[in-house]
Ligand binder design. Structure first.
Ligand code: ZN
Length: 257
């Protein structure tokens, strides 16, 4: 891993590529890598001042630089905060990959992944058992296959629970989708479409249940008014426990990869 130039915010395409080149050049000119290889330079035309922001999912610290900010001062800014940057990166929980012998929580219950390699098999099959995820495959690397299985399982569980809760308040969900978002665990649109992060499947049941209740309650109230929170509480199995868990531990959900 080495420091990167990132750019998502250019006003126009040519503007964006100019700013990206500026950031690339800064990486060649100044030893950002010595501060930390996990720095990403992000020139943002809308930024008013320099800032450091941890991106938990990408495991980088974004150094946000205003359009007219000098690259030398950006480097000095990062240098000044090098201990903060290193500390934030070191503090990130270890990633957990889907491989043989690894334990992952499914709705809070630890499940051990057990891979049986069998070269005579034609296809890979995966079963979710009591406290195990049993994988039978002719391939050695089954991590992406296991991930797809878990995403599909998450989607099925989220859809079933969301429909059940919507039914309780006589609402209909247009569709339930799963995404890989790390800052928004769920969203609900005016036309009744609900999306969730598939990673919610790793949360304890009450937290999973709370996020589903939250989005379903938005079918009734498209705001966060007291009436909304009442509806959300009514729809939740254990509202305060679920909400508190999400507040304190939701970043843990990003560990599984
Ligand atoms: Zn909300």
């Amino acid at each position: 891993m080495s420091a990167k130039a990132l750019l998502n915010f250019g006003n126009t395409k040519s503007d964006a590529s100019k700013l990206a080149q500026k950031a690339e050049k800064a990486l060649e000119t100044y030893p950002f890598d010595d501060i930390s290889p996990a720095i990403a330079l992000k020139i943002n035309p809308r930024a008013k001042r320099m800032a450091l922001r941890l991106d938990v999912k990408k495991r980088v610290v974004n150094l946000v630089i205003p359009k007219r900010g000098s690259m030398r001062s950006a480097y000095l800014f990062a240098l000044e905060h090098k201990y903060w940057i290193r500390h934030k990166i070191d503090e990130l929980p270890d990633l957990i990959t889907f491989e043989n012998g690894v334990q992952i929580p499914i709705l809070g219950v630890p499940h051990e992944i057990k891979v049986t390699l069998d070269t005579t098999l034609k296809t890979t099959s995966i079963e979710l058992k009591n406290k195990e995820i049993l994988v039978f495959s002719n391939k050695e690397d089954v991590t992406s296959r296991i991930k797809r299985f878990i995403v599909a399982h998450a989607k099925a569980e989220l859809t079933a629970l969301a429909n059940k809760k919507a039914n309780e308040i006589n609402k209909i969900i247009e569709c339930v989708d799963v995404k890989d978002t790390s800052s928004r665990w769920g969203s609900c649109s005016y036309d009744g479409r609900i999306s969730f992060s598939w990673r919610l499947i790793f949360a304890p049941m009450e937290a999973f249940d709370y996020v589903v209740a939250h989005e379903v309650a938005h079918l009734q109230h498209m705001d966060h008014s007291p009436a909304f929170w009442h509806a959300c509480e009514d729809l939740s199995a254990n509202y305060s426990k679920g909400k508190t868990w999400m507040k304190r531990h939701s970043e843990d959900l990003i560990r599984y990869n």
